[in-house]
Design a protein around this ligand. Structure first.
Ligand code: SAH
Ligand code: SF4
Length: 434
């Protein structure tokens, strides 16, 4: 979402005035905008290290304007000004459209500015990105923002604010625009996309499954993905979409966080592993080839060896592919912040390695499953050395193809034969003659 927001910032500024250009060097720039994440302490530390690193650039260039936005800005507010005196403007995740005016005010009045609002009319925004080169790889479209769930460890509801869904027509307009630019795959984005809830212009309710079906009516859109879903909102009608809508891909990222019901309860996730597994099984009945990935928090306060074992068992059962596993990071202001955590760092790290090792094995397992098969991929780009194309199968596996001179496959959906696997990379062959 931050990547999407950063692109939105670039687009708005370039569109607001011809005086803005994007430069590729800090030394050449006279405005620096840092868009930040605070979901874990590490992300926040990254910002602080970066601010220390650019201190001299700012001091040596008195005309340089430094902005800090995003979730760390919401969380730290004025404290950021005290800690880093050379920051000029602080803005919240929902104040992207204000940046142009904030910069103008700063130039005019030479006074530090802080602007953090929630629910700032994002629902009617249409985000038309200007930079052509972004189109192929950047097909993300925000459909909702914020979260009402308040899991005990999570800072997101405090930094991103209450859940707000975008107007369905503004989403459809944005996707039609992308489709006219040649985009054939969209990735719908939100903290909990499955909780999407809005209204059509005729007053009828539009939930996530309705939105999925609306989007699939756009001819040029051939593939639909979304991230992130919440198990509690993964209702029957969404499951049915997998039956009736073949534009939805054979892949689902469904964060579970832990394999232990006891830990899930303390996390305030409000589901059990049995409930979670039922969703997976129902989907597998409809789409036997579907692959799942998830998020795991390792070393949550009171996580015992037994709780952890249950997480490993779940990873083994569902055979999660390519998932995200991180150590628990206490976030100030959340319910679990003050919980005593007496698991040693060494033990937590060992658990994390075990999870990552198992996930790696699962990934190899899924790679092997599609060896020698024919798969449809959307070619997304070229590797750095320009010698291989890469593209994604319906199940999200990435396939590499040797490039042939003068033939541009980027943006095309093609059929490839999966030939071999090496170091967790899959290689395929495309018949360039047809
Ligand atoms: N809304 C989604 C996830 C969005 S946050 C869901 O609940 O399913 C993305 C991920 O960050 C979470 O799934 C969780 O695994 C991780 N995360 C959030 N807070 C964290 C914390 N305090 N420590 C470690 N990981 C955290
Ligand atoms: Fe955070 Fe997701 Fe829980 Fe919301 S549902 S509080 S975003 S982990």
């Amino acid at each position: 979402m931050n990547k999407y927001d950063s692109n939105k910032i670039i687009s708005y500024l370039l569109k607001s005035s011809k005086n803005y250009i994007l430069v590729n060097s800090l030394l050449k720039s006279n405005i620096i905008i840092l868009n930040t994440c605070s979901v874990r302490q590490k992300a926040q530390d990254k910002l602080f290290n970066y601010l220390n690193k650019i201190k001299n650039i700012k001091i040596n260039n008195p005309n340089l304007i430094l902005l800090v936005g995003g979730c760390v800005a919401t969380q730290e507010k004025e404290k950021l000004f005290l800690k880093f005196k050379y920051i000029d403007i602080i803005f919240g995740p929902q104040n992207i459209k204000d940046i142009f005016f904030l910069i103008n005010d700063f130039i005019k009045y030479k006074k530090k500015i802080i602007k953090i609002d929630f629910n700032n009319k994002i629902n009617k925004d249409i985000n038309f990105f200007l930079k052509d080169k972004n189109y192929i790889n950047n097909t993300y479209v925000t459909i909702m923002e914020g979260c009402n769930k308040f899991c005990s460890y999570c800072i997101v509801p405090y930094t991103r604010g209450k859940q707000i869904s975008r107007d369905p027509m503004s989403i459809i307009s944005e996707i039609c625009y992308l489709s006219n630019k040649g985009i054939s795959e969209v990735n719908l984005l939100g903290q909990n996309v499955t909780a999407y809830s809005s209204f059509l212009s005729n007053g009828k309710k539009c939930n996530f499954s309705y939105l999925l079906n609306l989007i699939s009516e756009i001819d040029g859109i051939k593939r639909i993905r979304f991230i992130t879903s919440h198990p509690n909102d993964f209702t029957k009608d969404i499951i049915s979409c997998y039956k009736n809508n073949n534009k939805i891909m054979d892949f689902l990222h469904l964060p579970v966080q832990s394999g232990s019901d006891r830990i899930l309860k303390i996390m305030k996730r409000n589901y059990t592993i049995n409930f979670y597994k039922k969703i997976i099984y129902k989907l597998l009945c409809i789409r036997p080839k579907m692959i799942f990935s998830s998020d795991f928090i390792i070393g949550f306060p009171t996580e015992s060896d037994y709780d952890f074992r249950l997480t490993l068992d779940l990873i083994n059962d569902v055979k999660f592919d390519n998932s995200y596993a991180f150590l628990y990071s206490p976030r100030k202001g959340t319910k679990s912040y003050d919980m005593k955590n007496d698991i040693s760092l060494l033990k937590k790290k060992n658990r994390l390695y075990m999870v990552q090792d198992l996930l790696y094995k699962n990934s190899i397992y899924w790679n092997k499953k599609i060896l020698n098969s024919k798969q449809e991929i959307l070619v997304e780009g070229l590797t750095k050395k320009n010698d291989f194309y890469y593209g994604r199968c319906s199940n999200n596996k990435i396939i590499y193809l040797k490039k042939k001179k003068h033939i541009n496959l980027i943006g095309k959906i093609i059929k490839v034969n999966i030939l071999y696997e090496k170091n967790n990379f899959l290689y395929g062959k495309f018949n360039y003659n047809i």
